[in-house]
Design a protein. Structure first.
Length: 131
């Protein structure tokens, strides 16, 4: 019961945690379908997600707030935006068909391949198959 209450408090904090970076988007970026800031965070998150999973495939089963704080440390992006991704790191099949998501997958996968991290690149491809 205490754990559930703690999780509720953490989620409430994440929903209400507005850092300056979260508010810095101008009106044009807020109205665009996917801002450059979102694209960069999506790619950063995807890369960090797969790196952490390569080190320990149980890491995302742990404290999601701590994971989000760690990713925030590395990216200097908005905690609430990161926490939302940490809660659901792999998109549902319907979310994988967008051109933006596929471009992000290709970019991150190609980056890992250039580094010779082919197992991670293959995992990215397997997790993001469409259809």
């Amino acid at each position: 019961a205490k754990c559930n209450k703690l999780l509720e408090v953490i989620e409430l904090k994440a929903q209400n945690d507005i850092s300056p970076e979260c508010n810095s988007l101008d009106q044009h970026e807020k109205n665009s379908p996917l801002s450059e800031t979102d694209t960069i965070l999506n790619r950063q998150f995807m890369a960090i997600y797969y790196l952490l999973n390569a080190v320990d495939n149980e890491v995302f089963a742990r404290n999601k707030s701590e994971i989000a704080r760690f990713i925030q440390l590395l990216t200097d992006k908005c905690y609430a935006s990161i926490y939302k991704r940490v809660k659901k790191p792999i998109k549902d099949p319907s979310g994988r068909i967008s051109k933006n998501h596929q471009a992000d997958v290709k970019f991150v996968k190609d980056t890992f391949m250039k580094l010779g991290l082919n197992k991670i690149a293959q995992q990215i491809e397997n997790d993001n198959l469409v259809g």
